[in-house]
Design a protein around this ligand. Structure first.
Ligand code: PXG
Length: 285
């Protein structure tokens, strides 16, 4: 079935789903987005995604011309129109079409776009065997430049790091912050396990506060696994017992090597496996 795309309250077949080349989302990356999963016909943690979307929009002075309830309804009805049991939702709010020039005041209505489609981030065997990452030389955006807590349409920072990873033969790249601490990967948050403690960088390390990250922290606490949100360095990654990444698209994926160094035994670890299983259960319950 051709995907049906929601644009400002109307559904369009994928080939007809178009926005203006004058849209500041296209011209400047001026806008915000969310990536959301549908499992068994149910949208995973939709309220959290909607809240993060509105927070991102608030930060960039973008007023979404729709209430959170209306947005929730629009997402659910677009999923229904696409008859999707399992899939991926890309919710995009762009600044809208305007004149050439940065000033957002010269734009008209923000465009509200909801795409419901599929996403495969990594080959399935990597979920069993683990993946390799490398540290990118491109650091994560300085929070005083563009706060990584904003899920903005400007992803060049992450794309540059992703390309570095790809050139080094890795499917994902580790990004440090301006202090040289571990921040996150280009589209996923990072977790380490050391002596039974689950560790992940805190929000003020300059990361996107991932919704999958939040779910995994909750699952760990419920399973009596101690969790520490703390500053981490590459030393912590190299000397960890286990490492995994979390994200809407990636879900929970083990990491077995970083910068050529095997992590722990060089195989996915037991806590990673346990949390991955618990996450899959949670997503489908
Ligand atoms: N960090 C960054 C920089 C991200 O972009 C995450 C962490 C994980 O957050 P969530 O809330 O998803 O657990 C992300 C999310 C894509 C794609 O199309 C990327 C993300 C999510 C969905 C799709 O590459 N990144």
């Amino acid at each position: 079935m051709t995907p049906k795309v929601y644009i400002n309250g109307k559904l369009f077949d994928k080939p007809d789903a178009k926005v203006s080349v004058y849209d500041h989302g296209f011209l400047y990356g001026d806008g915000v987005f969310e990536g959301i999963r549908v499992y068994d016909g149910k949208v995973f943690r939709l309220a959290e995604h909607i809240d993060r979307l509105y927070d991102s929009a608030r930060h960039i002075y973008l007023e979404i011309p729709m209430s959170r309830d209306q947005m929730t309804e629009a997402v659910i009805s677009t999923v229904k129109a696409n008859a999707k049991r399992d899939g991926y939702i890309r919710l995009v709010i762009s600044r809208g079409a305007g004149y050439l020039g940065l000033d957002p005041r010269k734009t008209s209505d923000p465009q509200i776009i909801i795409i419901v489609d599929d996403i495969t981030m990594y080959p399935p065997e990597l979920y069993e065997n683990g993946m390799e990452i490398v540290t990118a030389s491109t650091i994560r955006n300085h929070p005083h430049a563009l706060d990584p807590r904003i899920k903005s349409l400007n992803y060049l920072n992450n794309i540059m790091a992703k390309v570095e990873g790809a050139k080094a033969g890795a499917l994902e790249a580790l990004m440090l912050n301006h202090k040289g601490e571990v921040a996150e990967c280009t589209g996923d948050n990072i977790f380490l396990v050391k002596r039974g403690v689950l560790k992940t960088p805190p929000t003020d390390a300059g990361i996107l506060e991932g919704i999958t990250r939040g779910a995994v922290i909750e699952l760990a606490r419920a399973a009596d696994i101690p969790v520490a949100e703390m500053a981490l360095t590459r030393h912590d990654v190299y000397t960890a017992d286990e490492c995994f990444l979390t994200g809407t698209a990636a879900e929970v994926i083990p990491v077995i090597k970083c910068d050529g160094r095997p992590i722990g035994t060089g195989k996915p670890g037991p806590i990673t496996r346990q949390l991955r299983e618990r996450f899959q259960k949670l997503a489908r319950e």
